[in-house]
Design a protein around this ligand. Structure first.
Ligand SMILES: N[C@@H](CCOP(=O)(O)O)C(=O)O
Length: 498
């Protein structure tokens, strides 16, 4: 299988796409085609564990990896030493037509672990396959969850380093503590004086700066990414859509071939794009419901066909989705534009120069066939957390609650009763203060730090606080670096000198 850049002609193997992360022209790598998974194969997933399901999906894309290599990587990633349940990504019913796909059972309590426990193994294999002896320097921009998951995945992995940029004031207390207490000899964490878009744009600029690339090469390092711009992040995320479908069959909620909706809280569009890829591979997906917070650039895009960043950037209760420049949309645009790289390049230049682009009515309608977008503000989010706990005895984090609210809107506005899987992206304990407010009222978290809120939440709900959150209290802070938005390159070089 070859991979093309969304912006041009570049054509590479799977291992090269993973190793380099971003195409040299600034585009994202996309597979030459979507391998099909016939229904009888999907049905056979019912008998398999998560790792076996993963092998079956991954091998269709990773053609220059052999099966034993994929099997070894997958078994090393998805096991009960790394995840707190043998199901890895369990599906739980919360009402008549809604199932929650819990993607937060990995070491850092967010869905990013689903890919970032595997990516380091794939990266090392990719380096060997391409005779790459230099250090692979992973640069990451995070709005909260990717950062810690990448640090944890790449920590002390030989031949790699991992440098994470997070918005100084834009992540939850627990998210920040998780990152700044990370151990390992190859990890760096830097607070950027700006928002997530500043950090993500800054990282992309470093990738395309010949001067920075040269400076890194002089130090024996090549750049790669652990954000979902890297196809190696996306492909493991396709797996859990198939896995959830097989689990619904096993639970007799559907029979093989029945359509299912997926509702996905998303900011950078990687998680939901993986669902779109699963659909293109033959998974019977009816609608992909795209849930945004008050930074509702995607909602407006699906409704109008115009993507515009001319809007205020809001800090919300779902910080991991506080994003206005949604990277992976570029991969969907590529399909909407009949894989016309020149057109994508033009739209991306317009976005950079004028802050917006329009895809036209026809392409908007094409997208509306599969995608439906809506948003939730902070009030909706807290209400959804409270309602789900009170009515369905289910405790959800603010990102999942954004999805829960949007799903209710979808059902109200469309009357679609198709069984729906709501992707739950993080543990409620990463956002304990706001979850506590959601279930116990506005004043419930007053004067309490994240740990006191977590203890209170555990007492009130009986949902156990994860050991990883408890442990944070006693871990020393190891990373205190910060930088201006336009000094990220210097900050990376400085981190390597220390
Ligand atoms: N929500 C993310 C932002 C980066 O998204 P990614 O999926 O491209 O890594 C975060 O939590 O950092």
């Amino acid at each position: 299988m070859s991979f093309f850049s969304t912006r041009g002609e570049s054509c590479v193997t799977a291992s090269q796409a993973i190793l380099h992360g971003l195409a040299p022209d600034g585009g994202l790598y996309v597979p030459a085609m979507f391998p099909s998974v016939p229904m009888n194969r999907i049905s056979s997933f019912c008998e398999m564990d998560y790792a076996a399901r993963a092998v079956s999906i991954l091998k269709r894309y990773l053609e220059d990896f052999n099966i034993p290599e994929i099997e070894e990587a997958v078994r090393a990633a998805y096991n009960t030493e790394r995840f707190d349940t043998p199901e890895i990504a369990p599906v739980k019913q919360i009402d008549d037509a809604t199932w929650v796909l819990e993607l937060f059972h990995g070491p850092t309590l967010a869905f990013k672990d689903m890919a970032l426990q595997l990516l380091p193994h794939l990266t090392r294999l990719a380096a060997v396959k391409n005779g790459e002896k230099r250090e692979i320097s992973i640069l990451v921009a995070t709005s909260g969850d990717t950062g810690k998951a990448a640090l944890e995945g790449f920590r002390d992995v030989p031949g790699t380093s991992c440098t994470v940029f997070y918005p100084q004031e834009g992540v939850s207390d627990v998210q920040k503590l998780q990152m700044v207490t990370t151990g390992g000899n190859n990890t760096h964490v830097i607070a950027v004086k700006g928002n997530f878009d500043d950090a993500q744009t800054g990282v992309k600029e470093l990738f395309s700066s010949p001067e920075f690339v040269k400076q890194m090469e002089e130090r024996g390092k090549i750049l790669s990414s652990a954000n979902s711009i890297n196809f190696g992040r996306l492909v493991p995320q396709i797996v859990y859509y198939f896995s959830a479908y097989a689990d619904l069959v096993n639970k007799h909620a559907i029979t093989p071939g029945d359509p299912v909706n997926f509702c996905v809280p998303t900011g950078n569009f990687g998680d939901i794009l993986a669902g779109y890829y699963a659909r293109n591979m033959g998974l019977p997906v009816n609608k992909l419901i795209c849930a945004s917070n008050r930074n509702n650039v995607l909602t407006d895009f699906f409704n109008s066909g115009t993507y515009s960043t001319h809007r205020t950037f809001f800090k919300t209760l779902s910080p991991s989705m506080d994003i206005l420049v949604s990277s992976n949309l570029e991969r969907l645009l590529y399909e909407a534009a009949d894989r016309d790289g020149a057109l994508i390049k033009r739209w991306m230049e317009q976005l950079k120069e004028s802050g917006s682009y329009s895809i036209g009515e026809q392409r908007r309608d094409w997208m509306a066939d599969v995608f439906w977008g809506d948003c939730a503000d902070n009030k909706d989010t807290l209400k959804e957390i409270g309602k789900r706990f009170l009515e369905d005895h289910y405790l959800m984090d603010p990102h999942t609650a954004v999805g829960g609210h949007v799903l209710r809107q979808y059902r109200l506005k469309t009357n679609d009763a198709t069984p729906t899987v709501l992707l739950s992206t993080a543990s409620p304990y990463k956002f304990a203060a706001d979850v506590l407010r959601g279930i116990a009222g506005a004043d419930a978290a007053e004067g309490k730090d994240a740990f006191a809120c977590s203890e209170e939440l555990e007492k009130l709900t009986g949902v156990p606080m994860p050991a990883q959150v408890k442990a944070l209290k006693d871990l020393p802070v190891r990373h205190t670096a910060e930088c201006e938005r336009d000094a990220m390159g210097e900050a990376v070089l400085k981190a390597f000198e220390l």
